[in-house]
Design a protein around this ligand. Structure first.
Ligand code: TRH
Length: 377
């Protein structure tokens, strides 16, 4: 009998919570033949990354996943064999009772936030709390072999390389988004939170000898971009040119197309958790705007990742990457760090592919979850 899985997603804000759980749910169905229900409390956020979602429906099948609206009033539902509470969300009390009432208790996992910090490996897979005899376990994604790994669909890197090896496919895809970069221009995507450092980066790109075409998906950073351009509001589709820099706003696209967009670009600025991982699979130099947390604990996460990511770079390139990422995350001036990074471009670009290869050689998160379940039974 195929194992049944319930994944619970409470959308705290933005798109990372649903982005991660939707990816995982699909992969469990497609690659591990699991029977998956994905419970989501905000279907409108879901609709943004997956337009075929009908946000009015309480239940629908999408890509083999049973997508259920997680209602305030919990329906009477039996618990699955494996229960995943994503990002420490609180399960409905009645559902927890249903877990405890099963003849055989389910495997209950808390799928945690992604972090490169050292302690993660030591906590991954450990028991957490118990509810009426049902044990919960910590499951940590991560970059090192002692963690649960990263979400990565089978064949993803091969698809990406094949796409990047076909310049016409790239141009066709960009054209479908209304983007026609001039030959020889550097293509950059910018997905970030509000950031006072944006203006200094845009100015550095405008002053540069090489043309840049900057693609900005609609979202939180747009106000800063508009302010620098002196154009409000900026609508998707109409490029604005300032010296060497062309700025173009893009509509929010479906998750698969966002991947392709990352594959097209020479440099990707990403944020949160899921886009951050996808930029790594794109194999291109990148910049991470980390999600802010109380008491600045996100800065420890940033430092931990940078420590791993820059380990094999030359001292100069390492310093350049550190300076750029730190400037971005402290909203400081990006002008000098950006110019400095350009000095090391070939090395940083080769390193991005090398890092992707290294991470891609580890088991992926969905496979690790399935293996954890098999070991547990
Ligand atoms: O949107 P994010 O900032 O999400 C999260 C949440 O804020 C969450 O609460 C927090 O815990 C987490 O960050 C750290 O960033 P993220 O994780 O990159 O998610 C964005 C998703 O949106 C990702 O799945 C890619 C997708 N996306 C599209 O599908 N189309 C697009 O055009 C773009 C720009 C993104």
């Amino acid at each position: 009998m195929k194992a049944s899985w319930d994944i619970f997603c409470s959308v705290v804000d933005n798109y990372g919570d649903i982005g991660v759980t939707w990816r995982l749910a699909r992969q469990l169905v497609a690659e591990h033949q699991c029977v998956v229900r994905l419970w989501v409390d905000d279907l409108r956020a879901f609709e943004k990354i997956c337009p075929q979602i009908d946000s009015q429906k309480a239940s629908q099948i999408q890509d083999g996943v049973q997508v259920r609206h997680w209602p305030a009033q919990w329906p009477d539902e039996a618990a699955a064999d494996v229960v995943i509470a994503a990002f420490a969300c609180q399960l409905p009390h009645a559902y927890m009772d249903a877990m405890a009432d099963r003849a055989r208790a389910p495997l209950w996992l808390n799928l945690d936030y992604l972090s490169a910090e050292d302690w993660v490996g030591g906590c991954h897979g450990l028991p957490s709390v118990k509810f009426r005899g049902v044990q919960k376990y910590f499951f940590f994604p991560g970059f090192q072999a002692d963690t649960g790994g990263l979400l990565r669909e089978a064949g993803l890197l091969e698809q990406r390389r094949d796409f990047q090896g076909r310049p016409q496919a790239r141009l066709d895809f960009l054209k479908s988004l209304g983007v026609s970069p001039v030959a020889g221009s550097r293509l950059i995507s910018l997905f970030a939170y509000e950031n006072a450092g944006v203006a200094s980066w845009l100015q550095a790109l405008a002053d540069d000898g090489q043309p840049t075409h900057l693609l900005v998906p609609e979202g939180r950073v747009l106000a800063d971009v508009q302010r620098w351009l002196g154009e409000e509001p900026l609508a998707p589709g109409c490029p604005q040119v300032r010296q060497s820099l062309t700025v173009q706003v893009l509509p929010f696209v479906r998750q698969e197309d966002y991947d392709r967009l990352l594959w097209c670009c020479d440099f990707n600025a990403v944020r949160g958790e899921d886009s951050f991982v996808r930029a790594q699979w794109a194999g291109r130099p990148m910049l991470w705007h980390i999600y802010r947390q109380d008491e600045d604990i996100h800065l420890d996460k940033l430092e931990a990742f940078l420590g791993l990511y820059t380990r094999t770079l030359s001292p100069g390139a390492k310093a350049a990457v550190l300076a750029l990422w730190q400037a971005w995350n402290s909203e400081a001036s990006m002008a000098e760090p950006w110019k400095n990074l350009l000095q090391y471009w070939p090395e940083v670009a080769a390193h991005a592919e090398q890092w992707c290869l290294e991470q891609g050689s580890q088991p992926d998160l969905a496979a690790a979850l399935v293996q954890f379940y098999l070991n547990w039974i």
